[in-house]
Design a binder for this molecule. Structure first.
Ligand code: 6PG
Length: 261
């Protein structure tokens, strides 16, 4: 697994670093294949990245009609709800760029029961990627954020969803979420099958989790206590894009010299 950590001075510089990487990686992928599959993360951090990509100079550098968009997780709310990850990406980027509407695969987290919705999205993924069980969909690009508790997507510390080995998408009960929102989430096998994984993390409240993930050890029982520690792409690259405050607890070497590890 190829890993890279990049530390930017400010959230704005971080967003530009991510936009540059995204543009270059997408164009590299589209040089080799017809289309590019991208799973987006939720939360607040991606807002600035979405906005940059929908503006120049990045917008016209990207062949939007060859991109296919999915989500890593979603809250069980309607798409127009303020907490919807789909709404964040749609309003921040997708409606402002020439992506084809039938290339945007929203998680139906607000429809039917959450287990049925999870199965429906799993079917969508397996059909699109042509990966029946026991295979797993393989995203070309996977955006991830991280919570201050080290959660990734909607995989929260101590959750049984972390042990899912065969399903691609599972429901997450509201009581597992500090925000008390029921959710759907991709599972670790799917996340770890991605070709290129990007963590985008900012804010001093993430510094402890960042240090634990990037410099911490296994837990007492030999496991990885934080979900984000379990993002270890099987045959993919892993990139950590941090702002200075999120990287503040990292050892000086790593912080001063972003390393190609
Ligand atoms: C979600 C996200 C989640 C997010 C982290 C960081 O739906 O909540 O997918 O995994 O990426 O919680 O969120 P912030 O960027 O808002 O700190």
């Amino acid at each position: 697994m190829q890993m890279q950590t990049v530390v930017s001075e400010t959230p704005e510089a971080l967003a530009h670093s991510v936009a540059v990487y995204f543009t270059e990686k997408v164009n590299e992928i589209l040089n080799d294949q017809e289309s590019c599959s991208i799973a987006l993360s939720g939360g607040v951090t991606p807002h600035l990245v979405f906005s940059l990509l929908a503006d120049e100079p990045y917008k016209s550098l990207i062949a939007w009609d060859r991109l296919y968009f999915f989500w890593g997780d979603e809250r069980c709310v309607p798409p127009e709800h303020p907490e919807s990850n789909f709404r964040t990406a749609w309003e921040g980027m997708l409606y402002r760029v020439p992506v084809q509407a039938d290339h945007v695969y929203r998680m139906p987290a607000d429809q039917f029961g959450s287990d049925e919705a999870a199965q429906a999205y799993e079917n969508t993924l397996r059909d699109f990627f042509k990966t029946p069980p026991p295979g797993f969909p393989r995203f070309d690009l996977l955006f991830l954020g991280m919570g201050a508790d080290g959660h990734v997507a909607s995989l929260f510390p101590g959750s049984g969803t972390l042990d899912e080995k065969s399903r691609c998408v599972v429901p997450v009960p509201a009581d597992e979420d500090p925000q008390k929102l029921a959710r759907l989430t991709l599972t670790l096998p799917v996340l770890n099958h991605a070709r290129n994984v990007l963590f985008v993390v900012q804010g001093s409240n993430k510094a402890w989790a960042v240090k634990t993930v990037l410099e911490g050890n296994r837990g007492a029982k030999g496991g990885w206590p934080l979900p984000a520690q379990r993002i270890q792409p099987l045959e993919g690259s892993l990139h950590w894009f941090l702002d200075r405050t999120a990287a503040a607890s990292l050892s000086l070497e790593r912080e001063k010299h972003p390393v190609e590890a």
